[in-house]
Structure formats: C-alpha cells, structure tokens
Design a binder for this molecule. Structure first.
Ligand SMILES: Cc1cc2nc3c(=O)[nH]c(=O)nc-3n(C[C@H](O)[C@H](O)[C@H](O)COP(=O)(O)O)c2cc1C
Length: 372
C-alpha cells in the first residue's frame, strides 16, 4: 500500500476546478466563478451562453462520474454530442447501456438550461449503434427565456449515498413523481415483497461485483484517492461523494491508493455500506423503458434526470443502484420479479435524508469541447 505523509495529505492546495457556476463549492474542490468563465469564453471562442448551457448539461449524473460526453462545436448555434470512448466502462457496462442513459441525462439538463438562457434545443439522434461516437446533433433556436427553478435544481441535485430515514414517501410526493413519468415509474416500499427482494439481491449483487477483480479494477480507476487528482481530473468518485467522512476519510486520503481498492477489507467494507444503505430508505423507484433502442435508452436517461430534479425540489434523496441490472442472475429476473412488462433501466434507492451531500466534481467545459 502506498503511504503518503500526513503533511502531504494536509497541505493539499485548493486547486479550483474550472467551471461555469459561481456559487458552488463541493467540499475539497471549487468550481469556477463567472469572471473566469467570461475569460474562458474568449479563450475558447465559444459563445458564453453555450458555455453556460453546456456547463449545466454536464452537471448531469453519470455512472462512476465518468462524464462520458464530448461536444463538437459546429457553429455558434450547432453542436454534436459525442460519446467519449476513453470514458466507457466495458466491464460493468458492456453494451454502453449506462453510457446512453448518462448522455440522456446530459440531454435533459441541456434542454432545460437552454430554455432558461432563451433557446430551444432542437435535437436529432444520430447514433444507430450504442458504440457510435456521434450521439445527438443539437441546434439552438432563440426563444423567450423560461423563468423557473430548473438551473437551481441542477446545481443542487446530487446522488445521496447516506443512510436515509425509514419512513415511507409521502403519498402526495409519490403522486407528483408518478405524474412526471406516468408510463415508466413504479415504486416499491422497502417493506413490500419486491422491496425486500431488491434489498436482499442488491447486497448479493454488490458482493459479486466487488469480488470480481476486473470490475473492481475498472471502478478503482475512477476512485479518487488524492484531492489534487480529484481537482485535476474533475471526474470520478471522491470519499465525500461516497459518504465517507471523519477518520475514514482521513485514512482514505492519507494512506490509500487505487491498489487498496483491490484489498479484501476495502471490498467487504463496501458491501457492509450497501447493507446499511438498503436497510435505511423509504423504498425503491424503478424506471423502465419500452425497449433497448438508442432513442428509448436516451429517453430513460432524460426521464431519470427529470425525476432526480423533481426529487431535489421535494427534498427526496436519490441513489441509483445499478448492480442488479448489471449482474447475473438478477438482471435476467428483474421484470418477472417486479411483474413488469417493460424493461428495467434504473433502480433508485429513495427516501428522506438528514444530510444532503454537496454537489460533486465536474470537468471544466473546455475539457470536453472540441472544434470541428
Ligand atoms: C446510469 C447510471 C448508473 C448509476 N449507477 C450507480 C450505482 O450503481 N451506484 C452508485 O452509487 N451510483 C450510481 N450512479 C450515480 C453516479 O455515480 C453519480 O451520478 C456520479 O457519481 C455523479 O455524482 P452526482 O450524481 O452526485 O452528480 C449512477 C448514475 C447513472 C447515470
């Protein structure tokens, strides 16, 4: 195990991660303020509204926080959203299903942010294969700006991996969520038969995945064991995001490295954490899609993000737990176990939490933008 000195760990510099939004900070990593943003717009010759819109889009959730998008600028009003193959997760996401869900979430934020800045994002799906590079072509058309709380919700939405209260979702909240996704949302309270099955199976599926060397190595590449690496890369999973705090966080940053993620104790602690998570929640929301076509997966990603923003508004904590959809035999049993005719794309642990984590790290817009 690589040992770092205490001094090194405490003398970290708060390197600012370049970004669009002025007021946000995320524990150890700061985001860029507006004046720097303007300079950046000059530097990159991208109109400032486009940097803003893309910055908000990139606040979307993505598996392992890989942020698997790249944006190729065509003109002041047109760009192509691409899939960045260096950010694929071939071990846990063999068919790029989660990649398309993540890009769908990016699309949802993009559309909402564009409206707030006075543009309609007209979009054409280009991809015909999940491994295609060009996913979506976007054209921004001017329209009156929409005034609502969407930008604020995008800034505060976060994946909450803390244990939640055990009390069930309020019926009025559940009604609002169901209204948002009438065809694709099912809720199973933790104490229901299905809730019990999900909780039990998630523990086993997580154990299976944690002790799969290839998958654990893939995850380790996205775990951030130093603050400077987190700041420099602006992606991946920090202990703050994973709900690791206090002395455990001190050990994480001081004494641990990617290699530690492969130790027996690290893997077992991860499974213990999952037990605590699934036993402390209101229940599970399942989001389905009509089929596994590219438009349907992108749509499921959009619907997930729409739901996550609504949950942020209602102060309902959300935590995607994908291992049942990734691992056999559970992935083959899902629809039958839930009595669903549509295909399961997300399993979300939900509930009310005492603690809502700070927004997680992101790359600078200029890190994922290229010019034609
Ligand atoms: C398709 C998809 C699958 C995900 N699966 C998991 C998961 O299995 N476990 C987990 O803890 N988080 C999961 N997440 C949440 C991401 O890790 C999270 O969005 C990312 O780290 C960025 O953090 P944020 O949501 O707080 O912005 C998933 C997100 C997406 C979009």
């Amino acid at each position: 195990m690589k040992t770092k000195t205490l001094i090194t760990s405490l003398c970290f510099t708060s390197v600012s991660v370049a970004f669009v939004i002025s007021l946000l900070s995320c524990g150890t990593v700061k985001r860029k303020n507006f004046s720097i943003l303007t300079k950046e717009a000059e530097m990159t010759s991208i109109p400032e509204y486009m940097i803003q819109i893309l910055g908000y889009a990139s606040l979307a959730p993505s598996s392992h926080n890989t942020q698997p998008w790249r944006v190729k600028i065509i003109s002041d009003s047109e760009f192509v959203i691409q899939s960045d193959s260096t950010r694929w997760l071939p071990k846990v996401d063999t068919d790029n299903r989660e990649l398309l869900l993540s890009i769908g979430a990016f699309w949802e934020n993009l559309g909402q942010a564009a409206l707030a800045f006075g543009f309609e994002a007209q979009t054409e799906i280009l991809a015909t294969n999940p491994k295609d590079t060009n996913i979506l072509k976007v054209k921004l058309i001017e329209c009156p700006p929409q005034e609502d709380n969407k930008l604020e919700l995008m800034k505060t939405r976060t994946t909450n991996r803390n244990p939640y209260d055990k009390k069930d979702l309020q019926p009025s909240h559940l009604d609002e969520l169901k209204e948002l996704l009438p065809d694709h949302l099912t809720y199973f309270p933790r104490e229901s038969k299905e809730g019990e099955w999900i909780a039990r199976s998630l523990i086993e599926a997580n154990r299976k995945q944690a002790f799969d060397d290839e998958k654990q190595k893939e995850l380790a590449e996205w775990l951030r064991f130093s603050r400077s690496e987190a700041s420099k890369r602006g992606n991946g999973l920090t202990p703050e995001m994973l709900g690791v705090s206090g002395i455990a966080k001190f050990f994480w940053y001081s004494f641990m490295s990617k290699k530690s993620a492969l130790s027996e104790s690290f893997r077992s602690k991860g499974v213990e954490k999952v037990k605590n998570q699934v036993n402390n929640c209101a229940g599970f929301i399942v989001i389905t899609s009509d089929d596994i076509s590219i438009p349907s997966l992108l749509q499921a990603g959009r619907e997930f993000e729409r739901l996550a923003l609504k949950c942020t508004e209602l102060k309902i904590a959300v935590h995607p737990m994908s291992q049942l959809i990734e691992e056999s035999p559970w992935k083959e049993q899902l629809e039958d176990s839930f009595g669903l005719s549509k295909l399961v794309q997300f399993i979300l642990r939900v509930g009310y939490s005492k603690e809502y984590p700070k927004p997680s790290i992101r790359r600078d817009v200029k890190e994922f933008v290229i010019h034609e």
